[in-house]
Design a binder for this molecule. Structure first.
Ligand code: ARG
Ligand code: ZN
Ligand code: CA
Length: 407
């Protein structure tokens, strides 16, 4: 009974705008929520005992993201550019590239961690074609609801891509101005694992422009934090200082700071009001801490281990090659043959695989066990037409797609 009351309390306080409209509080009232968190803590702990964590030396992690745009009115069908603006924001926020950092007080700037995770729009090979990770589905009904049908094509929604390998984000019109919500690891059945977002808070252009103060793409930065096992700084529920977010370097906090509240100290120390996991306005969020970083990386290693070794990205902007490996192809355009050079600065030398696809997605070249830091020359098969071809270069942790023009 207490739980049911709590549910209605949270539902009402959310909808009446006491706190920011958001679905996370609703999910937390789920019966299994606390036991899931506890189980996850144990899995991570055990993982850490068996594997020494090399946070610094690990290679870059790229998370492939699939957007499912489930729309009714034309304006809900947001553009590829708007989606890309969101990917860019994630890449800035998770790589210490966000502009706020230059203007905030030193004591906060010093806390800010480079998470060193990048995001790309996924792509996959479906047997015939390379499919881009932006799926669009028109619905007849005005709203599909955010709980069941949204995740199932046969019921009007859109099926996830393998939720262990891709971060799935469903974008739809959410009821009552909910901003979005995310599932923590192992908290739901796999077909709904991911993030649900209202179409008005994606990125910073298009429908987002009229949606201040949630117009700078920070809702997704925040939701990805939950998806990677972060809690709000005040812990599972607001109200007390003892219960926390299981992260050491975020100060204890009892209540959410809304808006751009700068000087609050709800637990005898200043709150980290700029934290991406709080409820500040988009423009006033700026950082994750080192402790939050460790928790997210541990989540990727121990709780969502297949996510970072996924196959394809169609557009790595923060290319993994920034700090990992660089792929060059030349000449390009090429006539009869081309060479590939995979530069690698890591001490260990991962083996790569190379595949070439024609514009219809048919594989025409494949070569395994390619060594880095040397040249590899390939001949185009005879009689193939000129045009654009796609070279897929992948290792255990990374995959890069390059376009090659055949003349
Ligand atoms: N309140 C929502 C949640 O906890 C999202 C908060 C996002 N905040 C923002 N300024 N965009 O999941
Ligand atoms: Zn939240
Ligand atoms: Ca803390």
């Amino acid at each position: 009974m207490k739980r049911i009351l709590l549910f209605w309390f949270l539902l009402l306080s959310t909808l009446l705008g006491k706190s920011q409209p958001c679905g996370f509080d609703l999910i937390q009232t789920d019966r299994h929520f606390y036991s899931t968190i506890e189980q996850n803590e144990n899995v991570v702990k055990e993982w850490k005992q068996n594997n020494s964590l090399h946070l610094q030396s690990r290679s870059a992690i790229v998370i492939p993201v699939v957007f499912h745009i489930v729309w009714h009115e034309e304006e809900e069908n947001i553009t590829d550019q708007q989606i890309q603006s969101q990917i860019d924001i994630l890449n800035r926020d998770y790589n210490l590239d966000n502009i706020e950092l230059s203007s905030i007080a030193d004591e906060y700037a010093e806390m800010a961690a480079t998470i060193n995770i990048s995001f790309c729009i996924a792509s996959k090979f479906d047997g015939t074609n390379i499919v881009k990770g932006i799926s669009r589905k028109h619905i007849d009904r005005e709203s599909i609801g955010a709980f069941n049908n949204l995740y199932v094509s046969d019921r009007g929604g859109d099926d996830a891509w393998d939720t262990q390998k891709y971060l799935n984000i469903w974008v739809c019109k959410l009821p009552s101005g909910l901003l979005g919500f995310a599932t923590m690891p192992n908290s739901v059945e796999p077909y709904k694992d991911g993030i649900v977002m209202d179409y008005r808070n994606i990125g910073s252009i298009g429908t987002a422009t009229e949606n201040a103060p949630y117009h700078l793409g920070r809702t997704l930065t925040h939701e990805v934090g939950h998806y990677l096992n972060l809690l709000h700084p005040w812990g599972k529920q607001e109200g007390e200082c003892e219960e926390d977010d299981l992260v050491e370097d975020t100060p204890a906090q009892a209540f959410a700071n809304l808006g751009c509240n700068r000087n609050t100290d709800s637990c005898n120390s200043s709150d980290n009001h700029l934290n991406f996991m709080g409820y500040a306005d988009d423009a006033c969020m700026a950082l994750f801490t080192e402790g939050q970083k460790a928790r997210m990386i541990e989540c990727l290693l121990a709780l969502r281990p297949q996510l970072r070794s996924s196959e394809n990205c169609s557009n790595c902007i923060h290319q993994p090659d920034l700090e990992y490996s660089k792929v060059s192809v030349f000449p390009n355009p090429a006539k009869t043959s081309f060479s590939v050079f995979i530069e690698n600065e890591l001490e260990n030398d991962p083996l790569f695989q190379i595949e070439l696809y024609d514009p219809l997605g048919k594989k025409i070249i494949e070569k395994q066990e390619i060594k880095t830091n040397s040249f590899h020359t390939f001949d185009f098969p005879q009689h193939i037409p000129s045009g654009i071809y796609f070279l897929l270069v992948k290792s255990k942790d990374v995959s890069i797609i390059k376009k090659i023009t055949k003349t």
